[in-house]
Design a protein around this ligand. Structure first.
Ligand code: NI
Length: 178
């Protein structure tokens, strides 16, 4: 297990459409998942997508009990989601603040479906199908966007809300993790 380098916006590898995982359960995929959790935990991230560490596969992880970068967020079960699909279950999008480990130091208001169903398989090849809302729905949409080569600023409708964390949220103890 190892902490891997997180690619930053501007790296063309973040703009690829990722390939499907065809070999769930192999030592290579298990090692990738372990590295992704190490990397996400070291960065205090709420989620991480394989393309963020340069791996061109449809695999995301997310979840936390308590997150210093999003102190008001409700907990989300730690999840490995492979080859995901997302179905909107809301008519409208909500706007809320988002950051990204590949866009360090910044936050912006991003519209997302307030409720979605996500489906895929987990690290054991078992089917996942969940209906979620609020921050959980937001995190899943953000992470799965990485698999389509989409970073959250590309989803923003008002770039005037894009700003630095220490200016927007001077009380947030984000430390040096962004
Ligand atoms: Ni991100």
């Amino acid at each position: 297990m190892a902490i891997r380098e997180i690619l930053k916006m501007g790296d063309p590898r973040l703009l690829r459409v990722a390939k499907k995982v065809t070999d769930v359960g192999t030592p290579e995929i298990e090692a990738l998942i372990a590295d992704m959790f190490d990397t996400m935990h070291a960065a205090n991230g709420a989620g991480l997508a394989a393309p963020q560490i340069g791996v061109d596969l449809q695999l995301v992880i997310f979840g936390f009990k308590q997150n210093t970068r999003y102190p008001d967020a409700p907990q989300i079960p730690e999840t490995v989601l492979i080859n995901p699909t997302i179905t909107p279950l809301a008519d409208e999008a909500d706007e809320a603040w988002e950051g990204c480990l590949s866009v360090p130091g910044l936050r912006g208001l991003v519209p997302r479906w307030s409720k979605v169903r996500y489906e895929g398989i987990d690290q054991f090849g078992q089917a996942i199908s969940r209906e979620v809302d609020a921050f959980h729905a937001r995190v899943v949409q953000h992470e799965c966007d990485h698999l389509q080569g989409v970073l959250y600023p590309m989803r923003m409708t008002d770039l005037s809300t894009l700003g630095y964390v220490e200016v927007l949220f001077p009380d947030l103890d984000a430390g040096d993790d962004e």
